[in-house]
Ligand binder design. Structure first.
Ligand SMILES: [Zn+2]
Length: 357
């Protein structure tokens, strides 16, 4: 039987609600429906649907809510108030709930639901099983105040990345510089109280170091590659990776081509020409394993269909089911069956078992 796979970062609801993709359909059908559309660069290039996840035995994922607040004059797209951002995430949440109602997905929010779900995926006919998801928030601008954090927790929210791109309400993210400030510290304190996981992904260096200093809870990095291979602030330096390893983090390899090979030019570079393949993702995974001296801190957090499709992901990946090519590739690099299981799903599982025990 093929390996079970845990993908720690998918913007499923964003695809449903903002790309208008019906993820209960096949990837082929979703692409057909987009023929002639050119409102977004990744039209007709999607790689993810719930049936395709079942085909590839990706039985569990971390699924996001995502909505940004922007101040006047910001070059980034976003909502003009935090309340609007909150409402956007509630629409996204409503889609996950509808997927639960029709048996396509199931929310995982504690150790019992995690164990129960994984034992089903290990032992039953997976073609009929719902995809398990752990709810996370990529950039918490939508948390208007700490009462909203409480509500979000009640809705199942179990991980938060305190920033996304640019300056956020609580921290500074990719391509910006700044610390977490009082609001960021208060958020981390309340996350710690609720046992919400800190996702270090996207934090700028200053916010990263401050967040780690101020937060005593569980830390992971759902989708983050290595600066040693692709020099850019979006990736982690070896120093950051080492500290994450010390904190017991798992770091998910991300599949966006610009984070895999240096000098990618959006809209121009092509995966094949630039030599971006699944093996390039494995270079990043391997780098983390070498720094750790073991296979216990690396995993997958593909971010597939995170506002990019086949035009900007590994050339030998057509749909998310092609993640099943990775175990064999790891074997060829000398990774044992145990290592492969760790990387494909067990590291995330053990992380959650430990965080929720
Ligand atoms: Zn991201």
């Amino acid at each position: 039987m093929s390996n079970l796979i845990f993908d720690a970062h998918l913007d499923l609801s964003m695809n449903a609600m903002e790309w208008n993709r019906d993820l209960t359909k096949s990837v082929h059908e979703i692409r057909e429906r987009e023929k002639g559309m050119n409102d977004k660069p990744d039209r007709c290039n999607s790689t993810v649907s719930l049936s395709e996840m079942r085909n590839g035995r990706i039985g569990i994922c971390v699924a996001t809510l995502i909505a940004r607040y922007v101040k006047p004059g910001s070059a980034l797209q976003g909502w003009n108030s935090q309340e609007q951002a909150w409402a956007q995430t509630q629409g996204q949440l409503a889609w996950y709930k509808a997927m639960e109602d029709c048996g396509e997905m199931t929310q995982i929010r504690n150790i019992d639901s995690l164990k129960n779900h994984l034992s089903k995926w290990e032992n039953e006919n997976t073609k009929q099983l719902p995809i398990g998801y752990i709810l996370s928030l990529e950039g918490p601008d939508s948390i208007v105040n700490m009462n909203y954090l409480e509500k979000a927790y009640q809705n199942g929210l179990r991980a938060i990345g305190p920033a996304h791109y640019g300056p956020g309400v609580y921290a500074y993210g990719t391509d910006s510089e700044g610390g977490i400030g009082n609001k960021g510290r208060e958020l981390l304190k309340q996350m710690e109280r609720l046992n919400i996981i800190l996702d270090a992904t996207h934090l700028c260096d200053e916010s990263f170091w401050e967040a780690l200093k101020n937060f005593k809870g569980h830390v992971w990095a759902s989708h983050n590659n290595c600066r040693a291979l692709v020099p850019h602030n979006r990736q982690f330096s070896d120093e950051q990776i080492k500290v994450l390893i010390e904190r017991g983090a798992v770091i998910g390899g991300a599949f966006d081509a610009w984070m895999l090979k240096p000098n990618w030019v959006r809209g121009k570079s092509r995966p094949k020409d630039e030599g971006v393949f699944l093996s390039t993702v494995i270079d990043h995974i391997d780098h983390i394993c070498q720094l750790a001296g073991n296979s216990l801190h690396s995993g997958l957090g593909t971010d597939l269909d995170g506002a990019f499709g086949t035009e900007q992901c590994p050339a030998d990946l057509n749909t998310i089911a092609d993640l099943q090519k990775i175990p064999e590739m790891l074997n060829q690099r000398g990774y044992s069956e145990n290592d492969v299981e760790n990387i494909m799903w067990k590291n995330w599982m053990k992380f959650l078992e430990n965080a929720w025990k």
